[in-house]
Each structure stands twice: as C-alpha cells, then as structure tokens.
Design a protein around this ligand. Sequence first.
Ligand SMILES: Cc1cc2nc3c(=O)[nH]c(=O)nc-3n(C[C@H](O)[C@H](O)[C@H](O)COP(=O)(O)O)c2cc1C
Length: 195
Amino acid sequence: MDLDRLRQDYDDVELDPATLGPDPLPVLERWLEDALAVGMLEPNAMTLATADEHGRVAARMVLLKGLSEAGAVFYSNYDSSKGQDLNSNPQAALCFWWDKLERQVRIEGRVERVPEADSEAYYRSRPYGSQIAALASDQSRPLAQRSDLETRTAELKAAYPEGVSVPRPRGWGGPRRSVRWRNTRDSNGNASPRR
Ligand SMILES: Cc1cc2nc3c(=O)[nH]c(=O)nc-3n(C[C@H](O)[C@H](O)[C@H](O)COP(=O)(O)O)c2cc1C
C-alpha cells in the first residue's frame, strides 16, 4: 500500500478560538452532538493513553460514558492493564478524532475514580449481555482459547439468568478526568481542551 499517496486536505474548517468561550464542557458536548448528527458510528469513542510506573506508554480505545462538571468518565476493569497503569500512575491522556467534522479534542492530566455508587448505577444501566461479558472477561489477560470465554459466559448465564441481578465484577468502575482548556488552538487549528 502506498501510504505516501494518501492525502486529505483539511483547509475547509476553521476554528475561531473567540467562539469557544471559557468553558470547554459545552463545546465538547456540542461537538459530540455534531459527531452523532453526521452519522459517526461511535462518536463517544476516544483513545486513552496511560503509562506504567516505568514510563512505558500504552493506548487503546474506550467509550466516554459520562461528561459533567466533575469530568469525563469511561468505564473499565481496574485490574486490566490500563487499570493497573492508572493505579501506579494516574496521569492519562484522552483523544477524540471525528474525521467527518475535521475536529480533534485532547484531554490530559490526572484521573481519579468515580464514586462506587456511580459505577454501580452505570453497570446497572448496561444491557444484560454487557453485564455478563464484563463478569466473564478477565480483561487484558490472554485467553488460552476462545472456548474458555464461551464456557465461562454460558456458566454465568446459567448462574444469573436474565432478570436476575448480575453482580458487578470486583474492580470494575470508572476513572474520570476533569475537562479544562489549556490551548484553544494548535498548529492544525484543532481545539485542545487539556490541562
Ligand atoms: C471502539 C472501542 C471502544 C471500547 N470501549 C471500551 C471501554 O469503554 N472500556 C474498556 O474497558 N474497554 C473498551 N474497549 C476495549 C479496549 O480498547 C481494550 O482492548 C481493553 O479494554 C483492554 O485494554 P488494556 O489491556 O489496555 O487494559 C473498546 C474497544 C473499542 C475498539
């Protein structure tokens, strides 16, 4: 594949920092709405970068599941690789990229855990299948074979049939990061709410 020939012209959209206002939260909310309106599959998908205590960096996709004055929230397993990174080094970076809008948003800084009650409330709002999946998966651990996960899922479905309360996995919850401006514009004209 000739990657060098892939080119996209990003001159169409201009961002005037003066239109953004002092609070990045309403801007991010509006841009998420815009991303939904233009038909992006997962407008709330964002890259999460973490680093372990040795400074080894890892990035992966997560879904933004809460946004308020308290911060931006995603949910995961605290025992996963990302969870372990954040336990030893709570500095993280989040990055949204909405290609159809030609917009990027960056959020950087220290994360904290949301209250247990918030994690429980979000877990309870998830569909049955997602609750079982969270319980069945040992996130970040390699699977010897896929059938192990299928067997565990079937066992859990038998133990907790639909309609019965599925327990929230130990160590499942939501790190969050508050959202504040740092730079309103970078060299590409992208807004960058970050700290
Ligand atoms: C679009 C997309 C959204 C995802 N959202 C989440 C999420 O919200 N929480 C999560 O724990 N993993 C999510 N994942 C899976 C993670 O990217 C990752 O593979 C998994 O959490 C294990 O990461 P870790 O080993 O670095 O901890 C998502 C993956 C994709 C492709």
